[in-house]
Design a binder for this molecule. Structure first.
Ligand code: SAM
Length: 385
């Protein structure tokens, strides 16, 4: 990771998670009167250290951010350094005797989204332990299992990208394939000398509201892209995105999800040889809703699946993308607050979606808002009305 500027512009998920964990665990840590010496390992661009961590710390004397990347340390120093915050180079995995670099040690150690980059967890945890003063505390947040890593693994099997990704396993979290990653982490930490107060591997979902944001987020942390010749980088990233989206579609292990505008959702389905779903019968409708429930492909509450219906060309004249007219009313369309019948959005809402909050009954939505794509393959072009 070297492009600090890109990372700062695309790290909403990392910031969300840092905030989530800090809100839960900072109050549980013990804070001493005389101020704390704080270390943030893998501080990257430094914005999480400066803008999230520091304002939440009850008492601070000095905060030090460290990172293995000189580019990141340079950016962080230039952008965020001030009298109580400094940045230094440190490889937490390969450093021998880090306490020689920081002889006073630290009372608190934090690390956000860094340790999944580390292969040698034992040495890393021993180094963190060594950097802590007696009675010090550490809060370590990182990815255990993530579809991002499955995407790397799948991409590395493709002949056109294999040569750039032969060492893919070096960039997959060592906990990715563990059945109980939290327990595995506890064992390494205890072996290093820690008394573990809490170790959890919760399943979190993050909704990227914009496909370009996902692309930048992937690019910012993707260790392979700079190995790919410049002229192929765009194709590589696009395929990373497609691969990631397909993991979400199958919901095999994925929480990292991407949503689309109605038009983008349509292109997404067409790229896979289909189109947005056209639902012509009550039976089809019921089967699709059942399939969503049974296959665990629920979208978050307040979210929807785009389907292939629109009245964009002619207000009030709803057609499926296979050019057949859409039946209005029951049993397809839902209601708002059991009073207003959908579609009710007039000229502002011209695309059809199955709305989770209304048991997936159809609502009209603004076509440029984001929802998930409900694709259908092998669309039959005729309709018996
Ligand atoms: C995804 S960034 C996280 C940055 C920041 N903590 C945040 O939450 O936004 C991960 C950082 O860990 C750093 N890193 C990876 N391996 C490291 C190591 N062995 N020692 C120190 N830093 C490392 C990378 O250079 C990168 O800047």
């Amino acid at each position: 990771m070297e492009d600090a500027q890109l990372y700062v512009s695309a790290n909403a998920m990392q910031r969300r998670d840092a905030l989530l964990v800090l809100s839960e665990y900072l109050p549980q840590m013990s804070w001493q009167e005389e101020g704390e010496a704080v270390l943030d390992i893998g501080c990257g661009s430094g914005d999480v250290t400066r803008n999230l961590l520091m304002p939440l710390l009850p008492r601070v004397e000095q905060v030090t951010g460290v990172d293995v990347s000189s580019e990141m340390v340079g950016y962080a120093s230039k952008t965020f350094q001030h009298n109580t915050l400094s940045f230094r180079h440190l490889d937490i995995e390969n450093s021998i005797q880090p306490r020689q670099i920081f002889p006073d040690g630290f009372t608190k150690v934090f690390s956000f989204y860094c340790l999944h980059w580390v292969r040698g967890q034992d040495q890393c945890l021993r180094n963190i332990y060594q950097l802590l003063q007696p009675g010090g505390e550490a809060l370590l947040v990182f990815l255990a299992n993530n579809p991002l890593f499955t995407m790397y693994e799948n991409m590395s099997l493709k002949p056109q990208w294999h040569q750039y990704m032969q060492d893919v396993s070096n960039y997959v979290s060592v906990y990715q394939h563990k059945s109980d990653p939290a327990q595995a982490m506890v064992e390494v930490a205890e072996e290093a000398g820690f008394e573990v107060v809490s170790c959890e591997a919760p399943t979190l979902e993050f909704i990227f509201q914009n496909i370009n944001y996902v692309k930048n987020a992937i690019k910012a942390v993707n260790p392979f892209v700079k190995r790919v010749p410049q002229e192929k980088q765009e194709a590589f990233l696009k395929e990373c995105l497609t691969e990631l989206a397909s993991l979400k579609t199958q919901r095999s292990d994925g929480q990292m999800v991407a949503s689309h505008t109605w038009d983008d959702a349509r292109v997404y389905c067409q790229d896979r040889g289909g189109d947005l779903a056209c639902i012509h019968s009550c039976d089809d409708f019921g089967q699709i809703v059942r399939h969503i429930h049974m296959s665990g492909q629920e979208v978050p509450l307040d979210f929807s699946y785009w389907v292939g219906g629109t009245d964009r060309g002619d207000e009030g004249a709803w057609f499926w993308v296979d050019n057949t007219p859409m039946v209005l009313g029951v049993p397809f369309w839902g209601e708002i607050n059991s009073t207003v019948h959908e579609p009710s959005g007039g000229v502002d809402q011209n695309c059809a979606q199955m709305f989770h909050n209304d048991r997936y009954y159809m609502h009209d939505g603004e076509c440029d808002k984001h929802a998930y794509a409900l694709c259908q393959y092998g669309i039959v072009g005729t309709y018996q009305g």
